[in-house]
Design a protein around this ligand. Structure first.
Ligand code: RB5
Length: 142
């Protein structure tokens, strides 16, 4: 699976370590985030990941900024993108099981790197439950 990753200045260290972790696990990773800790604007990076998801260049995404909210707000403008925010492992589980999130969004300023890895692993290994949850996500697009 090819995973696109994006981040702003608040999550550079986590992004660098997470990219290495994902590659060790055999994933292809495309980096759309900043590699500088200089203050920047999260939409500049979120839009690159959103476009790559919409065009099929990447299969799924991971996004991190301070709270995660800015990234999620940008990414959810793209067709077929369901970017879901997670801050604990159980939330990372249900964001895939119930919402079939194809982008995992995490708040770098409010979680440890250890938690980022645990949430990523949970999201990657959980399946979508379908059924009533499929009906619900089908109602999201307007
Ligand atoms: C940057 O200070 C912060 O606003 C950004 O990382 C993010 O939390 C926005 O949603």
């Amino acid at each position: 699976m090819t995973i696109g990753i994006c981040n702003d200045h608040t999550a550079v260290e986590y992004k660098v370590k997470l990219v290495a972790y994902l590659r060790r696990k055999g994933h292809e990773v495309v980096n759309f985030g900043t590699d500088s800790t200089d203050s920047c604007d999260y939409p500049d990076y979120a839009h690159q990941l959103g476009a790559a998801l919409e065009s099929g260049k990447v299969d799924a995404g991971i996004a991190m900024c301070g709270t995660g909210n800015g990234m999620a707000m940008c990414l959810n403008h793209y067709k077929g993108v369901r970017a879901g925010l997670a801050w604990t492992v159980p939330v990372a589980h249900v964001v895939k099981e119930h919402n079939n999130a194809n982008v995992l969004v995490m708040p770098a300023r409010f979680v440890s790197y250890r938690m980022v890895v645990s949430m990523t692993r949970e999201w990657l290994t959980t399946g979508f439950a379908g059924g009533r949850h499929k009906r619900r996500i089908d109602k999201i697009e307007i």
